[in-house]
Design a protein around this ligand. Sequence first.
Ligand code: 26V
Length: 819
Amino acid sequence: DEGREEFRRGSAVDALTRAILDHLYFTQARPLTLATRNDWYMALAYAVRDRMLDDWLKSLSHLRNRELKIVSYLSAEFLMGPHLGNNLVNLGIMEPAREALAALGQDLDELLRQEEEPGLGNGGLGRLAACYLDSLATLRVPAIGYGIRYEFGIFDQEIRDGWQAEKTDKWLRLGNPWEICRPEITYEVKVGGHTERFTDEKGCVRVRWVPNKVVKGVAYDTPVAGYRSGVTDLLRLWKSEAVESFDFQAFNVGDYYRAVEAKIFSETISKVLYPNDEPEIGKALRLGQQYFFVSCSLQDMVRIHLLRENSLDTFAASFAVQLNDTHPSIAVAELMRLLVDEHQFEWDAAWQITRATLAYTNHTLLPEALEKWPLPLFASILPRHLEIIYEINRRFLDEVRLVHQGDDQLAARLSIIDENGERYVRMAHLASVGSHAINGVAALHTELLKQTVLKDFYEIHPELFRNVTNGVTPRRWMVLSNPGLTRLITERIGDGWVTNPDELRGLEPFVADQTFQSAWQKVKRENKSVLAGVIKARTGIVVDPASLFDVLVKRIHEYKRQHLKVLHIITLYNRIKHDPQADVTPRTFIFGGKAAPGYFMAKLIIKLVNSMGEVVNSDPDVADRLKVVFFPDFNVTNGQMVYPAADLSEQISTAGKEASGTGNMKFSLNGALTIGTLDGANVEIREEVGAENFFLFGLTAAEVSDLKSGGYDPRKWYGEKTELREAIDQIAGGLFSHGDRGLFQPLVEHLLNRDDYLLLADYQAYIDCQDRVSAAFRDRKRWTEMSILNVARMGKFSSDRAIREYCSDIWQASPLPQD
Ligand code: 26V
């Protein structure tokens, strides 16, 4: 028993108890009497991590098995959320851990709240990467997530006087028990300088890159356990450091200070996550970050491959590399550079390997969000890569011209270099040319991708395009965050649904079952009470768990139309003001989400929500029938409390703008009904749950584009719709700003003169649909049936399904055989 070190591996209560005490003393160096909550959290975390090691080390040893293809997910963001709860779920030791702690006088829930979440992402894109790692491990696919170990993740949001204030996220402050630093896994990354041509010993002309800086990437590894799968995959994040040669070896004062500066520069690269949805062009540091992590990751893959084989010819059989948006798309040029410059490959052979290895996922159609780098900036940081890109582009456009003779426009549109005015490197073009597969993230998004942003690519190479609709992991987003619902479902249909969520269909026979319905309502009600308590504690606002919880949580952006929701609330408010006896369904409106620090309009929308909320919440005529809450600092941790407590999920983006959305899936999987436009994955959610169980409104993507090309005039709608006009006039007139007419003027101005996102055109349809929602909520039985049917039919949106599609349609990767 002791020989197997049962206390380090076992999942029985006494083994866990002993392991926690052991770590408290020998790792945290704390006697029981002095242990803080963080000490207990750390001791538990180490005890849990110990239980991942056998599987992890076994999985790592498979990296050397040449038979197995490794999926390499390259992403500038991994929004993992807190690890402890998820690992307890996936290892199946939540209850024994709870008991072990109870025996030690500790409360597991309190320790779970102690963990500071690693917020190494902005929103949907980073969280998707995290869900995909969970599914890869659960499906037993060998995989490495490669990214950046930012010292500061996404900022913490506070609300001061109704405005967003940003605070730096010091997530590493109390230590990170989940990561293991690998000081011996490091790579050098060059930056800047120039290139030189020389003739090698075989008489071939080659290129040498002479950088003016070199930095070092150090690997930090975090285990990612599958759900009871026996496989634990790897998240490998790179931290930048100074290389030794730039260290303090200088002998005169000038060199000494230059050495210090170089050290500071090196450490800056992985310092902070950029708020991704801020239009920024020309931030050299961001390009530096992208190249830094891509170069470290590819060098690491080359090293691992050479442990398996003695030639890089077969590199594409070892690794399937997925580019999560264009952020890692410099990989196209970097892999070419490694093969041609560092490993003496012929161009054509290198190009074949590169394209066979890489695949590209597009996550947005918004033109302002498509990455492009000014040529001079690019040249100053990556001079060799620019040469390589020119060569890739020359060969690519030659091919295009051969097939489409005389069409110079086509070549200009396809070119990796944008030459309309100031010159740029278009990263989506680089990624597309260098990949063997290009995919969108929902059916509608992929169609629009083929018709708009990548139309020319689609026309010359339709065979490259696929759709993989996004998914989310039911482990974190149901089992962990909604234990009440999990228990209820499992009582009825067993627990197979956790890995095979199509089994949720087994709930359909119970939709009309009285007992089941009451139990379902009770779970939702309890989740709402818990959230109500948290809302009271964080905002001071008292909300009624019996009211309809109407929730809009996501990054704040004009295209997501949080201000359309504001117009709805003002409309209901006015109905009450006009007739204080009006029969309105009581609602609690919950907003949450961060605005990019430089995005003025988004920050003004937050202020509007809070200002409007103050007026509505304190008006005695409203008599608590409407409550508006801005839940501060929406993140993974808070999401886990919010989704399970929602009755209504707001998915109201302008059709054609939201690539997929993934919050929409989390809500519906937790029994919320959706009010939404035909945008992103909403289309497919509605198809799955049934049109009768989904509140649809608004223009379609095609209607949006027709309306715009016909010359859209928002004033027409403002003139025709009285309730709309009243609401806008009140915002403009200072009703929500203590008489200040200037405060929201930019917002009002924008709505009346441009209204890029067609709020005014969609307003009436939205209000009418919300009236149907209010009526439906009053029929509790019917509402509950719809809620059950939503959960029963959402199986498609598990990230396991998405990962299976990537494996078969793009990666040609397979699971490890069961041992
Ligand atoms: C970036 C920018 C930068 C310029 C200003 C506007 C803007 C807006 C959005 C973005 C983010 C682009 C990439 C991204 O995060 N896309 C999200 O990916 C999710 C996962 O596929 C998907 O569910 C979301 O619909 C999509 O917005």
